[in-house]
Ligand binder design. Structure first.
Ligand code: ZN
Ligand code: ZN
Length: 412
């Protein structure tokens, strides 16, 4: 079978399993310009397989953005246009589903002033915060997938020529998203989701009060979990009843930490690409839920901007467990792409939590969610801290402890 047929399977998987698009529904695809071949297949599948009412494509280009950041009048672009906001308002009002096709360009923005990126990004985040909240609360279906670009491929495979690097990355992507020459990826995803949902169920039954993480490189942290937290991972049901897969690939089971009950030190085990800039060899020290100390050997300035972008970014909104022995982890590739790297390692996210991670959370008001201990922020930035020697103890309400992870893997 050819590359084209695998690409077609992947597009169908993204539209049908990913967004769970409903007949007559609007689909908004956000994609980089180099994804045109894949995007056309997605549009075709949306109309032919899912009977979409309308598919709208928002094209993006990192190289254009780079030129904008370096040359444009920043006050002009930080003043977000009304029509941009109106566009997102319409997507929310008509209950559109969203498919984001993401191709990172790690390091591309390294010579761009970090304060400029921070200013533009925070203005945009604020202006369309209603859209992000709508999606993060699963009011409608959304899905995130990745495709290669030469820049990203060369970063992962620096010794290969551009063509070979892109092909190698395509092969790694197909493997991670369970698309092969002779399988039905839709069926394989059903099986995979059954496993993920079983992990969620076990953890949900325990209802741990906190988790204690420890490894040999210095992570020693206790993460409190909110009462009635809900472990999620794999397929979700949106408020409109449609089943969707938020991330393709995904290997994680994750829940809501209590914003004030995180104490100790967390040492990152993989670099973080934030707004196109790399942060590496970094750590955080938490006290009563807030970062009170941090440092990075690489990208400290970028980390400073992240830490000061808003109040909530200094607390965490997600804690995720991933066995060290997972398909993505076993490929032993550093992807420089959170969608992939977060599935190779236990991670947490600074910033906003997902309301679905607490019982009835998607129908609670912001005040009710705050009272539960949910963290609010305009950011949600995952970083990886899992390792092959990670141990995790689950602490119950009565103080008794259960081994959750031993030597980097689920122990129950
Ligand atoms: Zn996660
Ligand atoms: Zn996350």
């Amino acid at each position: 079978m050819s590359f084209e047929s695998k690409l077609r399977k992947y597009a169908k998987l993204a539209v049908l399993n990913g967004t769970g698009l409903k007949e007559g529904q609007t689909l908004v695809i956000t994609a980089p310009v180099n994804a045109q071949e894949f995007v056309r297949l997605c549009v075709e599948s949306a109309y032919e397989d899912a009977k979409a009412g309308y598919v709208f494509v928002r094209w993006t280009d990192d190289l254009t953005s780079r030129l904008t950041y370096k040359n444009a009048n920043i006050d002009r672009i930080a003043n977000v246009d009304d029509w941009v906001v109106a566009q997102y308002r319409r997507f929310v009002d008509e209950g559109a589903a969203a498919l984001s096709i993401y191709a990172p360009a790690p390091g591309l923005m390294d010579d761009v002033d970090a304060s400029v990126i921070a200013k533009v990004s925070s203005a945009t985040q604020k202006a369309i915060a209603f859209y992000r909240q709508h999606m993060m609360a699963n009011q409608s279906q959304w899905s995130l997938v990745s495709i290669p670009n030469t820049f990203w491929a060369k970063k992962i495979f620096p010794d290969l020529n551009e063509n070979d690097a892109v092909n190698a990355l395509w092969e790694a992507i197909f493997k991670a998203v369970r698309v092969s020459d002779d399988n039905d990826p839709m069926l394989d995803w059903d099986v995979h989701n059954t496993t993920l949902h079983a992990n969620n169920d076990k953890l949900n039954q325990h209802q741990f009060s906190s988790l204690k993480f420890k490894n040999s490189i210095g992570t020693d942290v206790e993460v409190g979990l909110v009462k009635n937290h809900r472990w999620a991972g794999g397929a979700e049901v949106a408020a409109n009843g449609q089943i969707f897969n938020p991330n393709i690939p995904t290997e994680e089971t994750f829940t809501m930490p209590h914003k004030d009950r995180v104490n100790g030190k967390v040492v990152a085990t993989k670099p973080l690409s934030y707004q196109g800039r790399l942060i590496d060899e970094f750590y955080f020290v938490f006290k009563d839920g807030k970062v009170v100390e941090y440092d990075a050997k690489v990208g400290k300035e970028t980390l400073d901007y992240l830490m000061n972008s808003d109040e909530g970014v200094r607390s965490i909104g997600e804690i995720a467990l991933i066995s060290h022995d997972s398909p993505i982890s076993n490929m032993n590739i550093l992807f420089y792409n959170t969608l992939y790297d977060e599935n190779a390692s236990c991670h947490m996210a600074l910033g906003r939590a997902y309301p679905m991670n607490v019982l009835n959370g998607t129908t609670m008001s912001d005040e009710e969610l705050k009272a539960v201990g949910m963290n609010f922020s305009n950011e949600h930035v995952d970083f990886m801290f899992g390792s092959e020697d990670m141990s995790i103890l689950g602490v119950k309400e009565d103080g008794s402890e259960v081994v959750v992870f031993k030597d980097g893997n689920f122990a129950f």
